[in-house]
Design a protein around this ligand. Structure first.
Ligand SMILES: Cc1ncc(COP(=O)(O)O)c(C=O)c1O
Length: 363
Protein backbone atom coordinates (compact mmCIF):
# COMPACT_ATOMS: atom_id res chain seq x y z
CA UNK A 1 0.00 0.00 0.00
CA UNK A 2 1.10 3.62 -0.62
CA UNK A 3 2.27 5.44 2.46
CA UNK A 4 -0.56 6.95 4.51
CA UNK A 5 -0.79 10.72 4.82
CA UNK A 6 -0.51 12.45 8.18
CA UNK A 7 -4.24 12.98 8.48
CA UNK A 8 -5.30 15.86 10.76
CA UNK A 9 -8.75 16.27 9.22
CA UNK A 10 -11.36 17.57 11.67
CA UNK A 11 -14.03 15.05 10.63
CA UNK A 12 -14.47 12.91 8.66
CA UNK A 13 -11.13 12.08 10.18
CA UNK A 14 -8.44 9.42 10.31
CA UNK A 15 -9.61 5.87 10.95
CA UNK A 16 -7.35 3.19 12.48
CA UNK A 17 -5.45 1.41 9.72
CA UNK A 18 -6.17 -2.09 11.09
CA UNK A 19 -9.88 -1.23 11.01
CA UNK A 20 -9.69 -0.13 7.37
CA UNK A 21 -7.77 -3.26 6.47
CA UNK A 22 -10.24 -5.52 8.23
CA UNK A 23 -13.11 -3.69 6.54
CA UNK A 24 -11.43 -4.23 3.18
CA UNK A 25 -10.97 -7.94 3.81
CA UNK A 26 -14.65 -8.31 4.73
CA UNK A 27 -16.13 -5.89 2.20
CA UNK A 28 -17.32 -8.30 -0.45
CA UNK A 29 -18.02 -11.21 1.83
CA UNK A 30 -18.62 -10.69 5.54
CA UNK A 31 -18.03 -14.32 6.45
CA UNK A 32 -15.95 -16.61 4.28
CA UNK A 33 -18.32 -18.70 2.18
CA UNK A 34 -21.29 -16.49 3.11
CA UNK A 35 -21.52 -15.02 -0.38
CA UNK A 36 -22.68 -11.58 0.78
CA UNK A 37 -21.47 -8.21 1.95
CA UNK A 38 -22.88 -6.73 5.16
CA UNK A 39 -24.27 -3.96 2.94
CA UNK A 40 -26.43 -6.47 1.10
CA UNK A 41 -28.00 -8.00 4.18
CA UNK A 42 -31.46 -7.31 5.50
CA UNK A 43 -31.56 -5.21 8.63
CA UNK A 44 -34.29 -7.61 9.77
CA UNK A 45 -31.88 -10.54 9.74
CA UNK A 46 -29.96 -12.06 12.63
CA UNK A 47 -26.53 -10.79 11.50
CA UNK A 48 -27.49 -7.11 11.52
CA UNK A 49 -29.53 -7.53 14.70
CA UNK A 50 -26.50 -9.03 16.40
CA UNK A 51 -24.29 -6.25 14.99
CA UNK A 52 -26.54 -3.53 16.42
CA UNK A 53 -26.79 -5.24 19.81
CA UNK A 54 -23.04 -5.81 20.06
CA UNK A 55 -22.20 -2.25 18.98
CA UNK A 56 -24.57 -0.91 21.64
CA UNK A 57 -22.89 -3.06 24.24
CA UNK A 58 -19.40 -1.97 23.17
CA UNK A 59 -20.35 1.71 23.20
CA UNK A 60 -21.83 1.59 26.70
CA UNK A 61 -18.86 -0.37 27.96
CA UNK A 62 -16.41 2.11 26.41
CA UNK A 63 -18.33 4.99 28.01
CA UNK A 64 -18.18 3.20 31.37
CA UNK A 65 -21.96 3.01 31.68
CA UNK A 66 -24.24 0.27 32.92
CA UNK A 67 -27.76 -1.06 32.42
CA UNK A 68 -29.46 2.22 33.37
CA UNK A 69 -28.37 3.64 30.02
CA UNK A 70 -29.27 2.78 26.44
CA UNK A 71 -27.09 3.26 23.37
CA UNK A 72 -28.85 4.21 20.15
CA UNK A 73 -27.70 4.76 16.58
CA UNK A 74 -29.40 7.47 14.58
CA UNK A 75 -29.03 9.43 11.35
CA UNK A 76 -28.82 13.14 10.61
CA UNK A 77 -25.46 13.76 12.28
CA UNK A 78 -24.95 15.64 15.51
CA UNK A 79 -26.80 18.54 13.89
CA UNK A 80 -30.05 16.57 13.94
CA UNK A 81 -29.52 16.02 17.67
CA UNK A 82 -29.52 19.79 18.21
CA UNK A 83 -33.21 19.69 17.26
CA UNK A 84 -34.10 16.23 18.57
CA UNK A 85 -32.96 16.99 22.12
CA UNK A 86 -35.35 19.94 22.25
CA UNK A 87 -38.16 18.12 20.40
CA UNK A 88 -38.08 15.31 22.93
CA UNK A 89 -37.26 17.15 26.15
CA UNK A 90 -38.40 20.76 25.97
CA UNK A 91 -42.06 21.03 27.00
CA UNK A 92 -43.88 24.38 26.60
CA UNK A 93 -43.93 25.13 30.33
CA UNK A 94 -40.16 24.84 30.71
CA UNK A 95 -37.02 26.58 29.45
CA UNK A 96 -33.87 24.90 28.15
CA UNK A 97 -30.53 26.23 29.38
CA UNK A 98 -27.57 26.35 27.01
CA UNK A 99 -23.91 26.78 27.85
CA UNK A 100 -22.33 28.53 24.88
CA UNK A 101 -18.65 27.74 24.42
CA UNK A 102 -18.23 27.71 20.66
CA UNK A 103 -20.05 27.86 17.38
CA UNK A 104 -21.48 24.31 17.53
CA UNK A 105 -22.85 25.02 21.02
CA UNK A 106 -24.41 28.19 19.65
CA UNK A 107 -25.99 26.23 16.79
CA UNK A 108 -27.49 23.74 19.23
CA UNK A 109 -29.00 26.65 21.18
CA UNK A 110 -30.28 28.36 18.08
CA UNK A 111 -31.97 25.19 16.75
CA UNK A 112 -33.75 24.63 20.07
CA UNK A 113 -35.04 28.19 19.80
CA UNK A 114 -37.29 27.08 16.90
CA UNK A 115 -38.96 24.59 19.19
CA UNK A 116 -39.40 26.22 22.58
CA UNK A 117 -38.08 28.62 25.18
CA UNK A 118 -34.33 28.75 25.67
CA UNK A 119 -31.92 30.63 27.91
CA UNK A 120 -28.18 31.20 27.79
CA UNK A 121 -26.77 29.77 31.02
CA UNK A 122 -23.23 31.02 30.35
CA UNK A 123 -21.27 32.15 27.30
CA UNK A 124 -17.71 32.91 26.26
CA UNK A 125 -18.73 34.48 22.96
CA UNK A 126 -17.51 37.92 24.14
CA UNK A 127 -14.09 36.29 24.50
CA UNK A 128 -14.21 35.12 20.86
CA UNK A 129 -14.65 31.50 22.10
CA UNK A 130 -11.02 31.38 23.27
CA UNK A 131 -12.07 29.95 26.62
CA UNK A 132 -14.94 27.96 28.10
CA UNK A 133 -17.32 29.25 30.77
CA UNK A 134 -16.62 28.37 34.38
CA UNK A 135 -19.02 25.57 35.31
CA UNK A 136 -18.43 25.58 39.06
CA UNK A 137 -21.48 26.91 40.81
CA UNK A 138 -23.59 27.26 37.65
CA UNK A 139 -27.06 28.26 38.83
CA UNK A 140 -29.84 26.15 37.32
CA UNK A 141 -33.29 27.79 37.58
CA UNK A 142 -36.22 25.70 38.82
CA UNK A 143 -38.07 25.80 35.49
CA UNK A 144 -35.13 24.37 33.53
CA UNK A 145 -35.98 21.50 31.14
CA UNK A 146 -32.29 20.58 30.79
CA UNK A 147 -28.81 22.05 30.61
CA UNK A 148 -26.97 21.54 27.32
CA UNK A 149 -23.24 21.82 26.81
CA UNK A 150 -20.57 20.91 24.24
CA UNK A 151 -17.73 19.17 26.03
CA UNK A 152 -15.11 19.82 23.33
CA UNK A 153 -15.26 22.72 20.89
CA UNK A 154 -14.01 21.32 17.62
CA UNK A 155 -13.63 24.58 15.73
CA UNK A 156 -12.05 26.67 18.47
CA UNK A 157 -9.93 23.96 20.14
CA UNK A 158 -11.16 24.32 23.71
CA UNK A 159 -12.66 21.83 26.14
CA UNK A 160 -14.33 21.61 29.53
CA UNK A 161 -12.69 19.92 32.46
CA UNK A 162 -15.46 20.67 34.91
CA UNK A 163 -19.12 19.84 34.53
CA UNK A 164 -21.95 21.55 36.36
CA UNK A 165 -23.96 19.99 39.12
CA UNK A 166 -27.48 20.30 37.74
CA UNK A 167 -29.26 18.33 40.49
CA UNK A 168 -32.45 16.76 39.11
CA UNK A 169 -32.26 18.74 35.88
CA UNK A 170 -30.91 16.54 33.06
CA UNK A 171 -27.46 17.41 31.76
CA UNK A 172 -27.16 16.92 27.99
CA UNK A 173 -23.87 16.94 26.10
CA UNK A 174 -22.71 17.11 22.55
CA UNK A 175 -19.55 14.96 22.79
CA UNK A 176 -19.01 14.70 19.05
CA UNK A 177 -15.32 15.54 19.18
CA UNK A 178 -14.20 13.99 22.46
CA UNK A 179 -16.31 10.93 23.28
CA UNK A 180 -13.77 8.12 23.91
CA UNK A 181 -10.92 10.56 23.26
CA UNK A 182 -10.48 11.11 26.98
CA UNK A 183 -11.89 9.87 30.26
CA UNK A 184 -15.22 11.55 30.84
CA UNK A 185 -17.56 10.71 33.67
CA UNK A 186 -20.49 9.92 31.38
CA UNK A 187 -22.70 9.04 34.35
CA UNK A 188 -23.00 12.79 35.00
CA UNK A 189 -25.04 13.11 31.80
CA UNK A 190 -28.60 12.06 30.98
CA UNK A 191 -28.18 12.34 27.23
CA UNK A 192 -24.96 12.24 25.21
CA UNK A 193 -24.66 12.41 21.45
CA UNK A 194 -21.77 12.27 19.03
CA UNK A 195 -21.50 12.24 15.27
CA UNK A 196 -19.30 9.22 14.58
CA UNK A 197 -16.83 10.85 12.22
CA UNK A 198 -14.15 11.75 14.80
CA UNK A 199 -13.42 8.98 17.30
CA UNK A 200 -16.13 6.46 16.52
CA UNK A 201 -16.20 5.63 12.83
CA UNK A 202 -17.20 7.05 9.47
CA UNK A 203 -19.78 9.79 8.90
CA UNK A 204 -23.43 8.82 8.45
CA UNK A 205 -24.22 7.52 11.90
CA UNK A 206 -24.66 9.25 15.25
CA UNK A 207 -24.10 7.61 18.62
CA UNK A 208 -26.64 8.50 21.28
CA UNK A 209 -26.46 7.44 24.92
CA UNK A 210 -29.48 8.07 27.05
CA UNK A 211 -30.46 7.35 30.63
CA UNK A 212 -33.50 5.05 30.80
CA UNK A 213 -35.18 7.35 33.25
CA UNK A 214 -34.98 10.30 30.81
CA UNK A 215 -36.49 8.21 28.00
CA UNK A 216 -39.66 7.90 30.05
CA UNK A 217 -39.96 11.69 30.26
CA UNK A 218 -39.80 12.29 26.50
CA UNK A 219 -42.58 13.98 24.54
CA UNK A 220 -45.31 11.65 23.28
CA UNK A 221 -46.67 14.16 20.78
CA UNK A 222 -43.91 14.15 18.19
CA UNK A 223 -43.61 11.83 15.17
CA UNK A 224 -42.31 8.35 16.00
CA UNK A 225 -39.23 8.73 13.82
CA UNK A 226 -38.00 11.65 15.95
CA UNK A 227 -38.48 9.92 19.30
CA UNK A 228 -35.51 8.47 21.12
CA UNK A 229 -37.97 5.98 22.58
CA UNK A 230 -38.70 4.56 19.13
CA UNK A 231 -35.02 3.80 18.60
CA UNK A 232 -34.68 2.34 22.10
CA UNK A 233 -37.70 0.07 21.71
CA UNK A 234 -36.48 -1.22 18.37
CA UNK A 235 -32.80 -1.71 19.10
CA UNK A 236 -32.01 1.15 16.65
CA UNK A 237 -33.57 -0.93 13.85
CA UNK A 238 -36.92 0.86 13.60
CA UNK A 239 -36.13 1.89 10.03
CA UNK A 240 -33.25 0.95 7.73
CA UNK A 241 -30.01 1.97 9.49
CA UNK A 242 -26.72 2.83 7.72
CA UNK A 243 -25.58 -0.77 8.14
CA UNK A 244 -22.06 -0.35 6.85
CA UNK A 245 -21.39 2.71 9.03
CA UNK A 246 -22.65 0.68 11.98
CA UNK A 247 -20.31 -2.15 11.04
CA UNK A 248 -17.39 0.27 10.87
CA UNK A 249 -18.31 1.70 14.26
CA UNK A 250 -18.24 -1.75 15.75
CA UNK A 251 -14.76 -2.33 14.33
CA UNK A 252 -13.58 1.04 15.70
CA UNK A 253 -15.03 0.24 19.13
CA UNK A 254 -13.30 -3.15 19.12
CA UNK A 255 -10.03 -1.42 18.21
CA UNK A 256 -10.53 1.22 20.93
CA UNK A 257 -11.14 -1.46 23.54
CA UNK A 258 -8.01 -3.32 22.41
CA UNK A 259 -5.95 -0.12 22.88
CA UNK A 260 -7.17 0.13 26.49
CA UNK A 261 -10.30 2.26 26.04
CA UNK A 262 -10.78 5.94 26.82
CA UNK A 263 -8.14 5.94 29.58
CA UNK A 264 -5.41 4.74 27.23
CA UNK A 265 -6.61 7.06 24.48
CA UNK A 266 -6.47 10.01 26.87
CA UNK A 267 -2.87 9.24 27.77
CA UNK A 268 -1.84 8.93 24.15
CA UNK A 269 -3.84 11.98 23.05
CA UNK A 270 -2.25 14.07 25.83
CA UNK A 271 1.21 13.09 24.62
CA UNK A 272 0.27 13.80 20.99
CA UNK A 273 -1.22 17.22 21.73
CA UNK A 274 1.75 18.15 23.92
CA UNK A 275 4.12 17.68 20.99
CA UNK A 276 2.17 20.24 18.93
CA UNK A 277 1.46 22.67 21.78
CA UNK A 278 5.15 22.62 22.67
CA UNK A 279 6.01 23.56 19.08
CA UNK A 280 3.61 26.51 19.40
CA UNK A 281 4.91 27.57 22.81
CA UNK A 282 8.61 27.42 21.93
CA UNK A 283 8.12 29.45 18.74
CA UNK A 284 8.54 32.83 20.45
CA UNK A 285 5.26 34.14 19.03
CA UNK A 286 5.75 32.85 15.48
CA UNK A 287 2.79 30.57 16.22
CA UNK A 288 0.13 31.86 18.63
CA UNK A 289 -2.16 29.37 20.32
CA UNK A 290 -5.80 30.37 19.83
CA UNK A 291 -7.29 28.86 23.01
CA UNK A 292 -6.62 30.03 26.54
CA UNK A 293 -3.92 27.68 27.85
CA UNK A 294 -6.01 26.26 30.69
CA UNK A 295 -8.82 25.35 28.27
CA UNK A 296 -6.77 23.78 25.49
CA UNK A 297 -8.27 20.73 23.80
CA UNK A 298 -6.16 17.65 23.14
CA UNK A 299 -8.41 16.76 20.21
CA UNK A 300 -8.30 20.00 18.22
CA UNK A 301 -5.19 22.16 18.44
CA UNK A 302 -5.68 25.66 17.01
CA UNK A 303 -3.19 28.43 16.32
CA UNK A 304 -2.65 31.57 14.29
CA UNK A 305 0.31 33.10 12.49
CA UNK A 306 1.32 36.69 11.77
CA UNK A 307 -0.55 36.97 8.45
CA UNK A 308 -3.07 35.06 6.41
CA UNK A 309 -0.50 34.88 3.62
CA UNK A 310 1.91 33.05 5.95
CA UNK A 311 -0.90 30.74 7.10
CA UNK A 312 -1.73 29.89 3.48
CA UNK A 313 1.92 29.15 2.78
CA UNK A 314 2.06 26.90 5.85
CA UNK A 315 -0.95 24.93 4.60
CA UNK A 316 0.44 24.66 1.06
CA UNK A 317 3.84 23.46 2.19
CA UNK A 318 2.37 21.09 4.77
CA UNK A 319 0.32 19.43 2.04
CA UNK A 320 3.44 18.90 -0.06
CA UNK A 321 5.15 17.40 3.00
CA UNK A 322 2.41 14.78 3.44
CA UNK A 323 0.07 16.51 5.93
CA UNK A 324 -3.66 16.77 5.46
CA UNK A 325 -6.38 18.97 6.95
CA UNK A 326 -4.38 21.67 8.77
CA UNK A 327 -6.36 24.71 7.58
CA UNK A 328 -8.55 26.14 10.32
CA UNK A 329 -12.34 26.07 10.05
CA UNK A 330 -13.59 28.45 7.35
CA UNK A 331 -15.40 30.54 9.98
CA UNK A 332 -12.28 31.34 12.02
CA UNK A 333 -9.25 30.79 9.75
CA UNK A 334 -5.83 30.07 11.19
CA UNK A 335 -4.54 26.53 11.58
CA UNK A 336 -6.00 23.50 13.29
CA UNK A 337 -4.65 20.01 13.85
CA UNK A 338 -7.30 17.49 14.84
CA UNK A 339 -5.51 14.63 16.54
CA UNK A 340 -8.31 12.15 17.22
CA UNK A 341 -7.75 8.63 18.52
CA UNK A 342 -6.67 7.12 15.20
CA UNK A 343 -3.97 9.73 14.55
CA UNK A 344 -0.68 8.11 15.54
CA UNK A 345 1.87 9.76 17.84
CA UNK A 346 4.25 9.65 14.91
CA UNK A 347 2.05 12.05 12.92
CA UNK A 348 2.14 14.62 15.73
CA UNK A 349 5.91 14.27 16.07
CA UNK A 350 6.25 14.84 12.33
CA UNK A 351 3.96 17.88 12.55
CA UNK A 352 5.96 19.41 15.43
CA UNK A 353 9.18 18.90 13.42
CA UNK A 354 7.58 20.46 10.34
CA UNK A 355 6.42 23.45 12.44
CA UNK A 356 9.93 23.99 13.82
CA UNK A 357 11.42 23.75 10.35
CA UNK A 358 8.85 26.10 8.79
CA UNK A 359 9.53 28.65 11.55
CA UNK A 360 13.29 28.50 10.94
CA UNK A 361 12.76 29.09 7.24
CA UNK A 362 10.15 31.83 7.60
CA UNK A 363 10.70 33.40 11.03
C1 LIG B 1 -18.96 19.41 18.52
C2 LIG B 1 -19.70 19.22 17.24
N1 LIG B 1 -21.04 19.26 17.23
C3 LIG B 1 -21.75 19.08 16.11
C4 LIG B 1 -21.13 18.86 14.89
C5 LIG B 1 -21.96 18.67 13.66
O1 LIG B 1 -21.91 17.34 13.34
P1 LIG B 1 -22.62 16.75 12.01
O2 LIG B 1 -21.85 17.30 10.87
O3 LIG B 1 -22.46 15.28 12.22
O4 LIG B 1 -24.03 17.18 12.02
C6 LIG B 1 -19.74 18.79 14.84
C7 LIG B 1 -19.05 18.55 13.56
O5 LIG B 1 -17.87 18.66 13.43
C8 LIG B 1 -19.00 18.98 16.04
O6 LIG B 1 -17.68 18.94 16.04
Amino acid sequence: MNERRYNFNPGPAALPLPVLEHAKETLVELQAGGGMSIMEMSHRGAVVEELAAETQRLLLEAAGLGADYRALFMGGGASAQFALAALNFLPPEKTADYVLSGSFAEKAWSEAGYLGRTRIAASTKPDGWRSVPDMRGLAVPGDSAYVHMTTNNTIEGTRFDEFPDTGDVPLIADMTSDLLGRRLDCSRFSLIYAGAQKNLGPAGITAVIIREELLERASKSIPLIWRYETFAQNGSLYNTPPVHALYMMRLVLDWTAAQGGAAAMEKLNRAKAKLVYDAIDRSGGFYTGFARKSDRSDMNITWRMASEELERRFVRESECAGFEGLAGHRSVGGLRASAYNAVPLEACRALADFMDDFRRRNG
